[in-house]
Design a protein around this ligand. Structure first.
Ligand SMILES: Cc1cc2nc3c(=O)[nH]c(=O)nc-3n(C[C@H](O)[C@H](O)[C@H](O)COP(=O)(O)OP(=O)(O)OC[C@H]3O[C@@H](n4cnc5c(N)ncnc54)[C@H](O)[C@@H]3O)c2cc1C
Length: 543
């Protein structure tokens, strides 16, 4: 199959790029997603909202907030692009073209929400189902563009890069270039190459490599692992943002309890009912940056042996307000017998967002010509060592649009002849992919990452993790080379690769900064308190 632009992933980043490219009717665009329903992505689950410019706000104020949350590691030109371009794009594209109906007040004016570490109210939302509303609008737009082909249940196995996949041996003397991807069709159970003049990686994050995560099953680091194997430069891989508040019930998947609850006045309490965030962040209290709040909860749980802490909104807002502002969270908790209009919510931290990724420039170009990366899989530098709340949907949209403009402004590349790459060879595959083995290995990876490469890291824990992960990586690669493909096997191979990349970066970086915290670092941030005893009791013990 040949296409002008191949887009891997159909979240906010991939969908935005596709719609912006499709305005050029001569161009063929193919989106592939491993999900069987196209809406299934991290984007669909976004609750709190998307940043715009508030009433008493400016680009400069947003830049200041992002730089402060990023703890000195954000790339200022990227932050400036985001802060200056995003409000107009959000209005013209998401509101006017895509038709997202953000919440309005009684006078018909946009309601601006507040979240942690934002100095202004500037977050647009659709109840607590913002991601779902945005994705529904984007998918409706994709459906009306005849030059976009959307392939669901198609999992990308690897990028097609030269010289790695070239039949002509002389390409070894040329720079590495990308020409599409090998794609596994889950229904027909076969791999086909899709050759493309330009390839955009928009495959999202990797929360699923952690035992406790807010991310859905598809976020397993596929894009990071593929780009790494192809030789693209990846950076800032140690910066995994842990969300402070995921629902903590034994045996229940970690459902995100949005930061917007604290933005609307919710307060964190110990199980005995005492608030504690002022001790850790006198300036911000309950609205401190995520890493500070997540570690504060960690220390509280560790020191006092709490299985969780509580988040109380019931004492501060009316039942009516809570039900209207947080309908999904209210319904989800009620399903588990917690009425958040009357009682506090048990919460623990969980892996949430990947701040690092495939290095890109201001137009989404990676270090491999022909390969772009946008959204959570990429690292534009906006988030530095920690992400400011509600900026990732925005970054996906802005870099999706930018990558599309960059491609549209370049002369079209020439199509790659089909016979320039080898066909997929599955002749030597002797095993069926054993789901028990895949599940067991995934659990091992997730367990190792949670306990040894989690919220609080040390050289000893990281060494242990890397040793075990290397061993697993070797076994899984060997198994992969002899086994008929499944989506689960592709995910396992990528997850172990992504886990190793994160663990090795965490070991290299001995300085605690942003969401990377080393208890053996000599540079502790003032708000982080080392535990008195080294007993490991993390929220993972709940499951
Ligand atoms: C519970 C939750 C709440 C959040 N709330 C907010 C919020 O309020 N505001 C905010 O700004 N951010 C929020 N975030 C973060 C934000 O949702 C994500 O960072 C963002 O949506 C990522 O978008 P994306 O397009 O890069 O990737 P995604 O939306 O994750 O899309 C990735 C796509 O890639 C596909 N894919 C992956 N691997 C493969 C493969 N091998 N082959 C083919 N396809 C593949 C997936 O199927 C999917 O279509 C939240 C995240 C979560 C999990």
């Amino acid at each position: 199959m040949q296409t002008d632009v191949l887009i891997i992933g159909c979240g906010i980043a991939g969908a935005t790029a596709a719609i912006r490219l499709a305005a050029d009717k001569q161009r063929s665009i193919t989106i592939v997603t491993r999900a069987d329903t196209p809406i299934d992505s991290n984007s669909r689950y976004a609750q709190g909202g998307i940043v715009t410019r508030g009433i008493d706000d400016s680009a400069e104020l947003l830049i200041e907030d992002i730089l402060q949350a990023g703890a000195g590691l954000s790339f200022p030109p990227a932050v400036q692009v985001l802060a200056h371009e995003a409000p107009a794009l959000l209005h013209d594209f998401l509101i006017e073209q895509v038709g997202v109906n953000f919440d309005l007040d009684e006078a018909g004016e946009l309601i601006y929400g507040l979240e942690a570490a934002h100095s202004r109210r500037r977050i647009l939302h659709v109840g607590d189902g913002t991601g779902h509303a945005i994705m529904k609008g984007l998918l409706d737009q994709i459906a009306i563009h005849p030059n976009i082909t959307l392939l669901t249940s198609h999992t990308v196995v690897d990028l097609i890069t030269f010289p790695h996949n070239a039949l002509d041996p002389l390409t070894v003397y040329e720079p590495v270039t990308c020409h599409g991807a090998y794609v596994y069709d889950q229904e027909r159970k076969r791999v086909e190459p899709i050759l493309a003049k330009e390839t955009i990686l928009a495959s999202g994050g990797l929360g699923q490599i952690y035992q406790n995560t807010t991310n859905p099953p598809g976020a397993r680091g596929d894009g990071l692992a593929m780009a790494y194997r192809a030789g693209a430069r990846v950076i800032n891989e140690e910066y995994i943002q842990f969300h402070p508040t995921a629902l903590a019930l034994p045996g229940v998947t970690k459902f995100l309890i949005s930061e917007a609850i604290r933005g609307e006045g919710g307060v964190l309490l110990t199980p005995a009912g005492n608030s504690f965030m002022k001790h850790y962040s006198p300036e911000w209290g309950d609205l401190a940056p995520r890493d500070v709040v997540a570690r504060a909860i960690y220390w509280e749980m560790l020191e006092h042996n709490y299985p969780y802490v509580l988040l109380d909104i019931a004492s501060y807002k009316s039942a009516n307000f809570i039900q209207q502002r947080f309908p999904q969270i209210y319904a989800h908790c009620l399903n588990h017998n917690i009425d958040i209009t009357r009682q506090p919510i048990p919460v623990v931290p969980a892996a949430h967002y990947f701040c690092g990724g495939v290095l890109v420039n201001l137009w989404g170009q990676t270090t491999i010509p022909g390969l772009y990366a946008i959204g959570e899989v990429s690292c534009s530098g906006v988030h530095g060592s920690n992400r400011l709340a509600s900026t990732s949907l925005l970054e996906g949209m802005v870099w999706g649009a930018r990558a599309a403009s960059c491609i549209r402004n370049q002369p079209p590349g020439s199509p790659m002849p089909e016979n320039s790459i080898p066909p997929w060879d599955d002749s030597g595959l002797i095993y069926q992919a054993d789901p028990t083995l895949i599940y067991g290995d995934m659990q091992t990876i997730r367990n190792l990452m949670w306990h040894y490469v989690g919220l609080v890291r040390s050289e000893y824990r990281l060494n242990r993790a890397i040793k075990e992960l290397r061993h697993l990586w070797l076994d899984i690669e060997e198994f992969y080379r002899k086994t008929l493909l499944t989506d689960g096997l592709i995910g396992l191979r990528n997850s172990v690769q992504a886990a190793l990349i994160v663990a090795q970066a965490a070991r290299r970086n001995r300085i605690s900064i942003g969401c990377h915290y080393r208890e053996d670092s000599h540079h502790h941030e003032p708000t982080a308190r080392p535990p008195e005893e080294q007993q490991v009791r993390l929220s993972g013990d709940l499951d």
